[in-house]
Design a protein around this ligand. Structure first.
Ligand code: NDP
Length: 285
């Protein structure tokens, strides 16, 4: 019998809006693990102290959310390939060699679309060029995508992400034109996967959506959204109405949480338990 639980947690600001703890609590209870996930509010100036504290207390690892995904890198010891290329870490794992930083957002995304599409050889269009787009674009490129197109409101960020993927992964990447409002984004004819990787459509602004000329969508194209709440965004609703196979952002969140637990505890957690906990939290929010 041990009276000491294993500790993991999260360092972010705006932590009261972060639902991950709900999934972790449900997973630990379901797997009968004596683990605790501590959701901590940590300001940028305090991150180094928080990481040192986690190390001193023998935490098994921690998640980093905004605004620490980049700055945590200088406080840890090693990076996974995706974390190194994206220069962003959302999951840190304690190992004998020290803290290892991973980017599990891309892994979570890949796991959520893999049932519908073979990523090896696929052609991807990403709408957005921020943190989520970087994680997804790099992960899908590392899994063998043939080509990645990046479209973003601020053209310079699309250029930078396309250049990063082109230079640092085996996939080729190009910029796809973002239209001046009120024009709608034209879809390329030959993409297999379209990903909405901006916050547009997130609750409470659920009526918002990127303007897309859906008439060129090939039926059966996989269309995914990173927004987890609501799961069926207006963007996904429009895509489904034009024959797309849609994948919601809840799956990405669930799968990245499952990947975090796999990295920390070495177990494959039941994802239905995670999804149920997350949906319960969103329903109550
Ligand atoms: P960033 O701030 O890094 O990037 C935001 C991106 O969205 C930029 O490309 C930005 O374009 C674009 N954007 C923002 N507002 C608009 C708008 N009104 N019209 C067009 N483009 C817009 O954010 P993240 O990439 O970190 O997060 C994006 C979303 O992904 C969030 O909603 C987040 O919750 C979600 N997310 C979901 C995860 C999941 O597991 N489901 C995991 C991680 C993130 P520009 O460069 O022009 O400003």
């Amino acid at each position: 019998m041990s009276f000491r639980s294993e500790l993991v947690g999260s360092f972010s600001t705006g932590s009261e809006q972060n639902p991950t703890v709900v999934m972790m609590d449900a997973a630990f209870a379901h797997e009968e693990l004596d683990w605790r996930y501590v959701n901590c509010e940590v300001q940028p100036d305090d991150l180094a102290a928080a990481v040192a504290g986690a190390r001193a207390m023998g935490w098994r690892g921690f998640n980093c959310s905004l605004p620490h995904k980049q700055t945590v890198i200088e406080l840890i010891d090693e990076l996974s390939p995706t974390a190194a290329i994206t220069a962003a870490v959302n999951c840190v794992v304690g190992t004998d060699a020290g803290w290892v930083g991973h980017n599990t957002d891309g892994v979570g995304f890949a796991a959520s679309v893999e049932d519908h599409l073979e990523l090896d050889g696929c052609r991807l269009l990403i709408l957005g060029a921020g943190g989520a787009a970087h994680a997804i674009g790099v992960e899908v490129a590392l899994r063998g995508a043939a080509n990645v197109l990046v479209a973003n409101r601020t053209g310079a960020r699309a250029d930078a992400l396309a250049e990063l993927i082109d230079d640092r992964t085996p996939a080729s990447a190009d910029v796809w034109r973002w239209p001046a409002p009120p024009a709608a984004l034209e879809l390329p004819a030959d993409v297999d996967l379209v990903v909405q990787a901006t916050p547009v459509g997130m609750a409470p602004a659920t009526e918002a959506s990127l303007a897309v000329a859906w008439d060129r969508l090939r039926p059966g194209t996989v269309v995914a959204d990173v927004v987890p709440n609501p799961p069926m965004t207006r963007f996904l609703g429009e895509a489904a109405a034009h024959g797309a196979v849609v994948v919601d952002g809840t799956g990405m969140l669930v799968n990245q949480a499952a990947e975090n637990i796999r990295l920390w505890a070495g177990i494959a957690v039941d994802r239905v338990v995670l999804r149920r906990a997350l949906e319960g939290a969103f329903a109550g929010s």
